[in-house]
Design a protein around this ligand. Sequence first.
Ligand SMILES: *Cc1c(COP(=O)(O)O)cnc(C)c1O
Length: 361
Amino acid sequence: MTISNTFWSPVVQGLVPYVPGEQPRIANLLKLNTNENPYPASTRVVQAITAAAQQGLQLYPDPEATLLRDAIARHHDIEANQVFVGNGSDEVLAHAFFAFFQQVGPILMPDISYSFYQVYCRLYGITAKAVPLDDSMQINIGDYAAIPEAGGVVIANPNAPTGCVLSLEAVEQLLQSQPHRVVLVDEAYIDFGGESAIGLIERYPNLLVVQTLSKSRSLAGLRIGFAAGQRHLIEALERVKNSFNSYPLDRLAIAGGVAAYEDVAYFEQTRQAVVQSRDALAVQLGQLGFEVLPSAANFVFARHPRHDASVLAGRLRERGILVRHFRLPRIEQYLRISIGTPEQCKALTDVLAQLIQLSEA
Ligand SMILES: *Cc1c(COP(=O)(O)O)cnc(C)c1O
């Protein structure tokens, strides 16, 4: 059915929206398809949200989310005025694209990366230039330095959906090669491996680092993301935000976010559990014949030389396990598998072993 579009603004007719991973309404499916954390949020987060719900919901939240920005700044040893918060990092990214990337030159991004970047470009009429990953699916910084007239650069580090990470030295090379344009580093998965570039913001006026509480802090349902950068970059984001929605973070999110940073022990415990499960899963998938890219994230990206990825994804789904498969050039033979608890990982490898042995017997 085509929907009548005579009422739409012309720009809306050209939009190609992002398609999130399936959020099924069926119970008992094992969801390894959207990189959520397998562990629940800290009980301290739940207590803080409960307390916040019992007082003050009739009042607007703090438009500056001061307590949360303070907590984030303390954690990263920066100033609160170097922190911008938004309703999930997707919103922060959208504001950053609007604030910095509407330039004459094209925005550089890896050909394989978080597909939302292309969506923001279309939304804001920004030209994107895809820079191919090398043959081992790595970002090659030299390729970016070689494009002088860029309007900006966006990379995910670790990259999605590959999981591969760049060293801090490589990120610094990128910053030095594009000194007149904003370099946005999306660190959605940095807590699972790699070194954050937030420590570099003091030295690089063109660096904006974006992080989220959705993955490593088990808060995908609360919607909190932030950007860290020098004051002039944060000011630009504030201008966009205050021209769009004064209160992107509600009282529950502010209270829950603060509590998440207070519970250091739980954060360390759960992220280490995910890292251990990831490394064990990579070994087990290797034993089943998969080629697994080295991952610094809470997922692995793997392909099997003798099994079609979309067939495998379909068979897994029939057995109640969701993984992500992208029908895109270069990666259509890969599966992106989010890291579950050890029990969930075992359920996955048990089913995969059956599927592979059945068809190879
Ligand atoms: C999950 C993810 C995001 C979005 O995170 P939210 O804070 O939940 O909006 C941004 N970037 C990448 C690379 C992601 O994987």
